[in-house]
Design a protein around this ligand. Structure first.
Ligand code: GDP
Length: 204
């Protein structure tokens, strides 16, 4: 499985700025610095697509990327067009009070009002599976009723027994529509499984 033709389409902070692509949307969110940009770039095999931030919490817009998943089955090539949606990271120290409120209002506007949103991917650092702030995000996303996928990021930083243990913690703490996936942007672990789940959810 491969993602081909990834393209930046638009950035938005309000509903009237969402691009009209009529593509099924897969959205990504998580704490600032969790590895979201790296995941989007590595899924798409394109380094500079989403910005890998030196400065956490800077991306404060919803960014839309169009792409296609290509699946080769013997001689047949199947294509699944989709839109990847990069939601701003939450929970960085400087975003208290008003800013945090703004964050949740424009993200919740997107989650509740995009008719094409098919799957929410919540990224959680696999080394720290029990943070309260991720629990709050989870409660909120789970209540939205959108298909939820938990992704444990930076899996290359854990030994395989720790990885297993922390994935089980994620599954127990954050029950979702399918089991948590360990992901490494560095090693591309989890890439194939995720792309498969995207295709299946979109086809549902
Ligand atoms: P974002 O703020 O969630 O978009 O996070 P970034 O993608 O900018 O990543 C934050 C930091 O974590 C960067 O220094 C990345 O190089 C590092 N990082 C991201 N993904 C991985 C990974 O899978 N493995 C390792 N070892 N480091 C990662």
């Amino acid at each position: 499985l491969q993602i081909i033709n990834p393209k930046y389409v638009a950035s938005a902070v309000r509903k009237d700025q969402y691009p009209e692509l009529s593509l099924p949307e897969i959205a990504f969110l998580g704490r600032s610095n969790v590895g979201k940009s790296s995941l989007i770039n590595s899924l798409c095999n394109q380094r500079g697509l989403a910005r890998v931030s030196g400065e956490p919490g800077k991306t404060q817009t919803i960014n839309f990327f169009s792409a296609e998943i290509r699946e080769k089955d013997h001689d047949e090539v199947m294509r699944t067009p989709l839109c990847l949606v990069d939601l701003p990271g939450y929970g960085f120290a400087r975003a208290g009070g008003k800013k945090r409120q703004m964050w949740s209002s424009f993200i919740s506007e997107y989650i509740t009002s995009s008719p094409r949103l098919r799957m929410l991917c919540l990224l959680i650092d696999l080394r720290h599976p029990g943070l309260a702030i991720d629990g709050q995000a989870y409660d909120w996303l789970a209540a939205s009723g959108v298909h939820l996928q938990i992704i444990g990021t930076k899996s290359d930083k854990l030994k395989s027994n720790e990885k297993k243990k922390n994935l089980a913690i994620l599954d127990a703490m954050f029950p979702a529509d399918s089991s948590a996936v360990a992901y490494s942007a560095l090693k591309k672990e989890g890439r194939e499984v995720l792309l498969e789940r995207f295709i299946n959810t979109i086809a549902d």
